[in-house]
Design a protein around this ligand. Sequence first.
Ligand SMILES: Cc1cc2nc3c(=O)[nH]c(=O)nc-3n(C[C@H](O)[C@H](O)[C@H](O)COP(=O)(O)OP(=O)(O)OC[C@H]3O[C@@H](n4cnc5c(N)ncnc54)[C@H](O)[C@@H]3O)c2cc1C
Length: 482
Amino acid sequence: VNRKRQVDAIVFGDGPAGTTVARCLAALGHSVCISQREQRTASPNARWETLSPGALELLRLHHEEAWPAIERLVIPCRATVLWTRDDARKPAVHRGMLVDRRGLDLILRASATAVGAVAIHRDPLPLSRFVVDAGGRSSAFPAPRSLLGPRTLALTARIAGSDLATRSTRVESLADGWLWAGRGDDAHATVTLFLSPRTVRSWPHKEHPTHFFEILRSSSLAASKSASRIVSNIVVRDATPAATATLADSGIMRAGDAALALDPLSGQGLQHAFVSAAQVAIVLHTMLAREESSALAQEFYRARHAEAAGEHALSCRAFYKRQDRFNGEFWRERLSENSLPSLRETRSTTLDVLRQDKLILSHEVRWKEVPVIKGDFIESEHALCHPSLMRPIAYLEGRVALDMLAAVSGEITPRALLQGWAERAPWGREVGLRALQFLVHHGILLPAGPRSGCQSEAALPLSSTSVGTGPSFSTMARTTSA
Ligand SMILES: Cc1cc2nc3c(=O)[nH]c(=O)nc-3n(C[C@H](O)[C@H](O)[C@H](O)COP(=O)(O)OP(=O)(O)OC[C@H]3O[C@@H](n4cnc5c(N)ncnc54)[C@H](O)[C@@H]3O)c2cc1C
């Protein structure tokens, strides 16, 4: 690439997030460079990670041509969870998917360059309108990070002779942390211990392997075999969940772990990397093609980012809370240090919706304009806000919520509502019923009656500028499930 040439974007980082941003932007017709670090000697050992079903779907969506190669790489496995006392009696076994990150990252790099992204390995860098930081946890762009949980270290080693079968993974709570183990078809298992830095600091210098091994021996992995041994160096990485304080300062957009590094316990790191990468690509596409929508596009990403961080911290907290085998400091600090808001109880109404004579829209419903993804752009759309919702809803089963609820003025029978929807949208009865149940479940539609409270004027969808006081997580999705 010639230095004088200006490209639309340079992406720093060639992991899952960087390659996906580059691919999506290039596919939308933009000139993109992807800056890669000098090739290190390729490791002969697999780098196993679990792939969530959501991550797999996103790979298929964003790396369409590479999908057959990705599919060949993914290994179905048995995922055992030994987290609670109940699990200790009878471990929960699920179906999961393992992927070797060495192979996956190579395929994703090829997928980005196949649609026109240009890989650059060293200076000179071209001039660029936008810079994307997708450098992961080790990003070279310094930024203040807010921690979403206590500091955690991940210590990874390869183990011979463990009790882990081929094509299986294990998540297990331990006295001072937890472990993740994975094994493909090879002879060795990969084991990662997640510990407090305090624990690791207390180990005498050069005695890490001894202490690593001692912890391993206290786990179910050593249950039936005593001949297990460490056959690699121990790699220490930071695994603290953290978010950057700002996303778009000095024109830099962050994607993947550089924006939000999740707690590995969630098993959602890759999924989040693909989601945020696709969002960054659409935000930049909007900013490049419709400069006047730049602020809206950035607002969209900021809101999605805040929402993802909040939801992640809440769900991890719930998972840590379920652990009841140990009560050491590692576990106590993961429950106490979290100062995030707890989920507000949603109103769970289990009414038989079709048996209701009449329904009315709750007087607590408000409408607010929020940025949403429409096609390949960020645009503004009316969204429904209600205290029982974590975030405003712009779409109901893929249709604009305002269009679907505009007919609800005053009392209406469930059947009339379903019929009205069927005339507006190609919804089958099942989809209409699902939407209806969602609205009733959340108290957005209430049974009409003396005790239901009146629908106020403010509850009606007003003009396009009507704004209400929505929930604090004010962000929008492409579609909102009902
Ligand atoms: C111990 C551990 C276990 C995990 N296990 C799982 C799991 O099982 N499942 C799961 O879904 N997630 C897991 N995760 C999370 C997952 O690994 C990350 O979320 C994911 O890799 C994020 O992708 P990324 O592209 O943002 O960053 P990375 O994968 O870190 O990729 C960033 C790349 O950019 C390169 N880079 C950095 N700076 C520059 C620069 N200036 N120029 C050029 N290149 C640069 C880096 O060398 C790196 O190759 C785990 C995380 C940890 C810490």
